[in-house]
Write a protein of this length. Structure first.
Length: 128
């Protein structure tokens, strides 16, 4: 029988935890964890899940889509907004959109987009 486990946290390595937390806070509207600092910052989801950002010395951003430095983690976010609106807002906040979109994404660009956060982590926005 499997353990009764509930995911409680996801933590991303980065060079500047407060800056990356600020990006995701603006993107999601989540509340910052009250003990966030320059070495570890977090955002609280309503269901108790924490997304954390931890400082790593000599951090190397993923080199997506190449795997010279693996992507390490890929997060997907559902958005209620039109994807063009969501993408434009995320780009304003500091995300970037890679020229390369996986071939299986191209015919589905009306359903999801691959973006890169300010620390280099790929993530998707998915139409809800």
């Amino acid at each position: 029988m499997p353990l009764q486990m509930k995911l409680s946290a996801i933590t991303l390595d980065c060079p500047d935890p407060l800056a990356l937390a600020a990006f995701y806070q603006e993107a999601t509207g989540l509340e910052p964890h009250p003990k966030s600092d320059a070495d570890f910052a977090g955002l609280n989801w309503g269901d108790g899940l924490l997304i954390g950002f931890q400082r790593v010395d000599d951090y190397r951003a993923p080199s997506w889509p190449e795997q010279t430095v693996p992507q390490q983690l890929h997060i997907c976010f559902k958005v209620a907004e039109d994807l063009d609106v969501a993408e434009a807002r995320l780009l304003e906040l500091g995300a970037s959109k890679p020229d390369h979109q996986p071939p299986d994404h191209q015919p589905n660009e009306e359903k999801w987009r691959v973006l890169i956060d300010p620390a280099g982590h790929p993530f998707c926005v998915v139409r809800e």
